[in-house]
Design a protein around this ligand. Structure first.
Ligand code: MLT
Ligand code: MN
Ligand code: ZN
Length: 308
């Protein structure tokens, strides 16, 4: 099973077009040692030919160009993208759907709440009905009480998926922004049925509920929310009035932070994704990046491959 990181940044990417924080300014001027990153998305395949894209980033066309395996070229019009799955209805995870409009009817796997957002708050699905059309496959996310329902995707042979409802945030335009639904946001277990190896993927993760901890423990590799180093990072930099928690992201450092959560796991690999451009871990020479290394935690970059 191959997991290809198409994009590893949070909304806005890195550097962000209008941002002059230390990282964004520094990467432009060459004074900060870091690599640019597109907005978060992964591609998963068993055979290296047929892929499911998990989250469709606004940068999807650039990501496809950078990933020849997604364009096998077997016919005059062709793609290696067999389906798209969504973890939420945030702009940085769904805007790329519009870029796939020239293709065939798109198989789309998401929860009922995300599907509702895509037909109301940000009606990408309604718009696409005038182009390629979308075939919705409802995903039933396991909540704290239930057990995970495994499912497979046609053409993605040998891989089993299960979605877990988790606490993050519905987007500002969602009809449920003020009345959160359990399936507004989810994480994903991706299992190679031949080897039994499991990846846990959650680019937006606000709280480690017991069923999420169990899922993380079951995984050989965790690929999780690394948006911000501190909860008030954007406020202290004068860039936003929102904390990481306000946006549905658990910060990395300090008591109760993601580093502490990851320290308690025995997973072979622990990797952070959905990194906000303000996060000091993007600077490869930073003390924060060295702290991650001491904890055995990696930072995803675009083009990274995970084989499980
Ligand atoms: C988030 O996860 O909070 C988003 O990256 C916000 C956005 O896309 O604007
Ligand atoms: Mn995001
Ligand atoms: Zn920035």
């Amino acid at each position: 099973m191959k997991i290809h990181i198409l994009g590893s940044a949070a909304g806005g990417g890195f550097p962000q077009w209008n941002c002059n924080c230390r990282n964004c300014d520094g990467i432009r001027k060459g004074t900060v040692r870091a690599v640019p990153r597109t907005q978060s998305s992964i591609a998963v395949s068993a055979d290296g030919m047929n892929w499911v894209i998990v989250n469709a980033s606004p940068d999807i066309l650039v990501q496809i160009r950078a990933t020849p395996a997604l364009q096998p070229g077997r016919a005059s019009r062709d793609t290696g993208i067999a389906a798209v799955m969504l973890m939420d209805a945030q702009i940085d995870h769904v805007a790329g759907l519009l870029m796939l409009r020239e293709g065939k009817r798109l198989p789309l796997y998401c929860t009922a709440s995300v599907w509702e957002d895509l037909n109301k708050g940000l009606p990408v699905a309604s718009v696409l009905m005038h182009y390629c059309g979308v075939q919705w496959h409802p995903v039933d996310a396991q909540d704290a009480a239930g057990s995970a329902r495994r499912f497979t995707i046609p053409d993605i042979e040998g891989i089993r998926f299960s979605a877990l409802a988790l606490k993050s945030k519905a987007p500002p335009y969602s009809p449920h922004r003020q009345c959160p639904q359990p399936d507004d946001n989810c994480g994903l277990l991706i299992e190679n049925m031949a080897t039994g190896r499991i990846l846990f993927y959650a680019p937006g993760l606000g709280e480690i509920e017991p069923h999420i901890e169990t899922a993380m423990r079951s995984a050989d590799c965790v690929l999780v929310d690394g948006t911000m180093w501190t909860d008030d990072e954007m406020i202290r930099m004068g860039l936003s009035g929102k904390t990481a928690a306000d946006m549905g992201h658990l910060h990395l450092s300090g008591p109760g932070g993601m580093i502490e959560v990851l320290d308690a796991l025995e997973s072979r690999r622990k990797i952070l994704i959905h990194i906000n451009n303000t996060n000091p871990i993007l600077d490869e020479d930073s003390a924060e990046r060295a702290t991650l290394a001491r904890h055995g935690i990696e930072v995803a970059c675009d083009g990274m491959e995970i084989n499980l």
